[in-house]
Every structure is written in C-alpha cells, then in structure tokens.
Ligand binder design. Structure first.
Ligand SMILES: [Zn+2]
Length: 71
C-alpha cells in the first residue's frame, strides 16, 4: 500500500506547489532533485558536487547560509 500512499502524497504536493506559484509549462523538462528527491523543473536548478539541486532547495540552502552568516 506504500505505493498508493506515495501517489496520494505526490498529488497533494503538486496541488500545494501549484497553488503557491502558478507554474507555467508543467510539462517542461524535469529532473530528480538530489536533495528533496522530487521531480522538479530543470529551470533554476543548480549543479552541486553530488548532482543537481532544484531551485527550491537551492533557495532554501542560500537562505539558511545567509541566516548562519548573519548570526
Ligand atoms: Zn529539491
């Protein structure tokens, strides 16, 4: 049943992100983010030592780093 749960989670996730930012071109190229493990759009992704990081993860990391440096 884990497969079904994952699917439901994925749908909920897509609905959530779709609401946050009306994503144009949902059918565009995508990749699997090495940090969140989600399939995200290649737009805005960043190359890391371990692979690719999606724009969302990159922004979150940059934000955490900024907070760390400011402290
Ligand atoms: Zn990610």
């Amino acid at each position: 049943m884990s497969g079904f749960n994952f699917f439901a989670d994925e749908v909920a996730y897509r609905a959530q992100t779709g609401r946050q930012a009306a994503m144009p071109g949902v059918t565009g190229p995508s990749f699997r983010c090495g940090e969140c493990g989600r399939h995200r759009a290649t737009k805005g992704r960043k190359k890391t030592a371990t692979g690719w990081r999606c724009a969302g993860c990159h922004q979150a990391r940059e934000c955490r780093r900024a907070i760390k440096e400011a402290a």
